[in-house]
Write a protein that binds this ligand. Sequence first.
Ligand SMILES: Cc1cc2nc3c(=O)[nH]c(=O)nc-3n(C[C@H](O)[C@H](O)[C@H](O)COP(=O)(O)OP(=O)(O)OC[C@H]3O[C@@H](n4cnc5c(N)ncnc54)[C@H](O)[C@@H]3O)c2cc1C
Length: 448
Amino acid sequence: MTESKKPLKKPRGRARLIDGRCIACGARCESSCPVNAIEMTASGEPVVLTDKCIGCVKCVKVCPAQAIEMFLSPDEQKILNELMAQGAPAVEEVDEDAAILAKKLSAYCGVWVFVEQTEGEVAKVSWELMGKGRELADTLGVNLSAIVVGEHVEALCYEAFSYGADQAYLIDAPVFRHYRTDAYLKAVCQLIDAHKPEIVLMGATGLGRDLAGAVATVVGTGLTADCTGLGIDDKRNLMQTRPAFGGNIMATIMCDKFRPQMATVRPHVMPASERMENRPGTIIPVSCQVREEDILTKVLEIISDRKNDHVDVAGAEFIISGGRGMMGKENFALLQELADELGGVVGASRSAVDAGWMPQERQVGQTGKTVRPKIYIACGISGAIQHLVGMQDSDLIIAINRDKDAPIFEVAHYGIVGDLFQVVPAITSRLKSLKRLSPSPGQMCINA
Ligand SMILES: Cc1cc2nc3c(=O)[nH]c(=O)nc-3n(C[C@H](O)[C@H](O)[C@H](O)COP(=O)(O)OP(=O)(O)OC[C@H]3O[C@@H](n4cnc5c(N)ncnc54)[C@H](O)[C@@H]3O)c2cc1C
């Protein structure tokens, strides 16, 4: 019986600079290196960090002065000699590009959630992301970190722990009191550069969209905006699902060659994690040198867009929405009456908004708000995909439509085929009479 001998692998060697040859051409070798194994001196000459070099030969190929060569250690030279003596073909290591990529990606670890705050008040979407972030971190077997930037915001780190974070990077200084792109961009990029997370999540709010785009551009990675689903594939890549082509398909997007993988998620798309008081966590204070005089913008005053009559459709627990079937602006009074009985708000489809029957801030759907109420009642709404993506995660959906084949019935838990002008007033009047009998809403029950 012959014993099979493990074939020798051809050594790759390491790069090194040949003395006196470098012409300081402008750091082409540095930018060609996939593993950052080349650093430049003040005089523009490269220094090869041999312990980091993976022998990919890219720097050797780009050097216009042939100033970089490959060399073998004595042990590697011995292996090469043996291979040559055997006359056997050297066995290459795995696919060179794949090995380089794998090494590059493996330097990144951990899931991060950016905690968005305005004057110390956290945007709820951050806690929704913390819930999803916890799930992703557990799947990957890594830490979940919160990024907290602002002034006097240490308390938010403890909040982040209670929503699932293991640790929080805290950048706390007067210059970060108000959100300004250049200051926050520098802070987040500095953190990414130093700690290399594999996933960074932000809310798809005005602030989050602005910051995420800028960060992804500076760190040179991809960003998937407005995701509705996030998961992990068998190669540890983040699967980022979002509507595409006008909402007609759901596309799953991967960023498998760059890190970190960045995604924004709209408010109310994901459930917030359960709050656990006094959950432990570690605060990692980080100082970030940003000078006020280097920032191009100043915040003079914050004016809330929440007028007295502002209706928060996205945060409502009961929503009664009307579509083109409402036939006119004045008929929305029927829905308002029902909403008043339920303690809810009136929403609308885009057709109703485009017709001028309801303001844009009430629009539900892909180009409107994403909602997740306890009860969503769709009145005279057909159920186009662009509407469904904004409300299909509601706890209970009731649809009223006179067309029994309307697509809205496919997502509805209860469907009423009939004329809304008869059905809606009937429900309202039934609620009123039930309330008279039993004033406590907790004791009410409607018999079908
Ligand atoms: C890029 C893009 C983005 C979009 N974004 C959004 C978005 O964010 N939100 C959104 O809603 N749409 C959006 N749309 C538009 C969407 O495609 C539909 O056109 C829209 O949702 C239809 O609105 P609707 O259901 O009110 O009207 P219709 O589709 O006209 O439906 C009206 C329904 O009312 C029923 N009806 C009529 N009379 C009665 C009655 N008396 N009683 C009971 N039922 C009655 C009818 O049977 C019908 O089903 C978008 C489209 C595009 C291309």
